[in-house]
Write a protein that binds this ligand. Structure first.
Ligand SMILES: Cc1ncc(COP(=O)(O)O)c(C=O)c1O
Length: 379
């Protein structure tokens, strides 16, 4: 069986260093907000060229803290793609705010900047005042930040990048984390940079956003202990997760290169097959962290059958995501740009993600693509 994501090989490589890091935490005993959390924030700031980094309990909490830092209020709207994971949108209603769903680009699968004006107009017609945009780097590459930011500037909106999947990627040579007002990422174990539990981080150059998020992630704390300035939550990162992440971050740059090599192998061997499938397209100004390698199948292929057939040969696949967010019951009544998201609908029925991690060899890719070929021909 080829692992869809291979955390074991990575762990073998750095196990002794991780053991040492965990031992240090057990020795000093500061399990919450210990020195490793501060060290990690510092290193992530250097890595992403971001002034303020706040490590926290998950990617979802990083998004929520970012929205609190941006002072999003009840009834206000945020434009977000419907082709994403629930976390991107669920944090808005938690604050009484409103997700405004927008379509995605058929090539990058990220926010469709030409659809932003429709999302804004639909929201306005529904009486929703839009305050910001949340692009999502869904499969590893950032959204077209030039276009997103230009639109945001023209309409007085802020931008919060959901980089749960795209941390480690770049746009115009700049790292994710430094591309807009505020960025959130996830360190869920399966992410390109993952810990061994839940974890996340927020990145910003804006001191006020950082201050509010920092206070809120420890119950709205003020300057002194047990002095509260605002209503907050518990969204702290545990020190052991920070210790693990420090060792994972040390090998992250080389793993990103390996992920690119794996993507190149896929591109090469899938192109050779001359099948009617759409391969991932990178924006000209973007690099990807290759959280997923996702292809689009033609209508004629039965995706469920293909998944079963590949699984029977030891090749796991996944579908991110089979149902657009706006079609799920809790999200059904929120505004949808032009009341339809044709690309989101199409992709939800036709995308499939193949095994992707830094430790896949060219032989693995040849095996996977050969099987895809046989199964598509016989599908
Ligand atoms: C696009 C996106 N946003 C946000 C999240 C939330 O991250 P977490 O699971 O760390 O809360 C995820 C996690 O899968 C995600 O894929």
């Amino acid at each position: 069986m080829i692992p869809f994501i291979d955390l074991k090989t990575q762990q073998k490589k750095i196990r002794s260093k991780i053991d040492e890091r965990i031992k240090n935490v057990l020795d000093h005993g500061q399990y919450i907000l210990g020195p490793e959390v501060k060290e990690l924030e510092k290193q992530l700031g250097v890595f992403s060229n971001s002034k303020y980094v706040l490590c926290c309990s998950s990617g979802t909490d990083a998004l929520l803290l970012a929205l609190i830092g941006l002072k999003l209020k009840q009834g206000e709207g945020v434009i977000v793609p419907a082709f994403t994971f629930a976390s991107s949108a669920e944090v808005m209603p938690l604050l009484g705010a409103i997700p405004v769903f927008v379509d995605v680009d058929p090539n990058t699968f990220n926010i469709d900047c030409d659809n932003l004006i429709d999302a804004l107009n639909t929201a306005t017609q529904s009486g929703v005042k839009v305050k910001g945009i949340m692009p999502v780097g869904l499969f590893g590459q950032p959204s077209d930040m030039d276009k997103v930011k230009k639109f945001a500037e023209n309409h007085g909106l802020w931008v919060l990048d959901d980089a749960a999947q795209s941390f480690g990627s770049t746009f115009n040579g700049k790292s994710v984390g430094s591309l807009c007002e505020v960025t959130a990422t996830s360190f869920f174990p399966a992410k390109p940079l993952g810990c061994y539990g839940d974890g996340g981080a927020l990145f910003t150059n804006n001191h006020e956003i950082y201050e509010i998020a920092n206070s809120c992630h420890v119950h709205g704390m003020g300057k002194k202990r047990y002095e509260y300035e605002r209503i907050g939550m518990n969204a702290r990162m545990s020190t052991i997760q920070a210790a693990i992440l420090l060792e994972k971050l040390a090998i992250f740059p080389s793993e990103l290169k390996q992920r690119q090599t794996v993507a190149n192998y896929y591109n090469l061997h899938l192109k050779k097959l001359e099948l009617d499938i759409q391969l991932p397209t990178l924006h000209a100004e973007a690099t990807s962290s290759w959280a997923q390698y996702t292809i689009v199948l033609p209508k004629t292929i039965n995706r469920d059958k293909l998944q079963k057939d590949l699984s029977s040969q030891g090749i796991p696949t996944a579908v991110y995501y089979p149902i657009p967010l706006n079609e799920h019951e809790p999200y059904k009544n929120y505004p949808v740009a032009n009341n339809e998201l044709p690309i989101t609908k199409l992709l939800s029925k036709s995308v499939i993600s193949l095994p992707m991690h830094p430790y896949l060899s060219e032989d693995d890719i040849i095996f996977i693509t050969k099987n895809i070929n046989e199964m598509i021909i016989n599908n």
